[in-house]
Each structure stands twice: as structure tokens, then as C-alpha cells.
Design a protein around this ligand. Structure first.
Ligand SMILES: [Zn+2]
Ligand SMILES: [Zn+2]
Length: 64
């Protein structure tokens, strides 16, 4: 399975790996090669929600 696009963590580097847990495409910096998961999945304490769950196409009511 090839990974295309940019890292979903930093969104700057080219994604080289896909997290085996959440499926996020991440760069080598944000990928734990030992566990095969992204830094967020590898770090139980890192509960900070950096990922936008699913597609970020939530319709935001527009104020007019
Ligand atoms: Zn990254
Ligand atoms: Zn992950």
C-alpha cells in the first residue's frame, strides 16, 4: 500500500508511512517504526486531537 500526500501530523513533510492503527499517512518523523503506528497512536498520553476525525467537511453555518 503506497502512501501519497503529506504527513497528516505536520502536514509539511511527504508522508512515507501509513499508521497501522489509525491509518494516518505520516512522515518518517512522526512514525514509530518499531510499533508501526503514528506518534499519536504510539503515545497513549498524547491524547491531543491533532487529527481531524474523518473528513473535515463539516458544514459550518455561515453568518450573513
Ligand atoms: Zn510529519
Ligand atoms: Zn495512528
Amino acid at each position: 500500500m503506497s502512501v501519497t500526500g503529506v504527513c497528516q501530523v505536520c502536514e509539511r513533510r511527504e508522508a512515507e508511512y501509513a499508521c497501522h492503527r489509525c491509518g494516518a499517512a505520516v512522515c518518517s518523523v512522526h512514525f514509530d517504526t518499531e510499533q508501526g503506528v503514528c506518534v499519536h497512536c504510539a503515545d497513549p498520553e498524547g491524547s491531543e486531537d491533532v487529527f481531524s476525525e474523518g473528513d473535515t467537511d463539516d458544514e459550518v453555518p455561515e453568518f450573513r
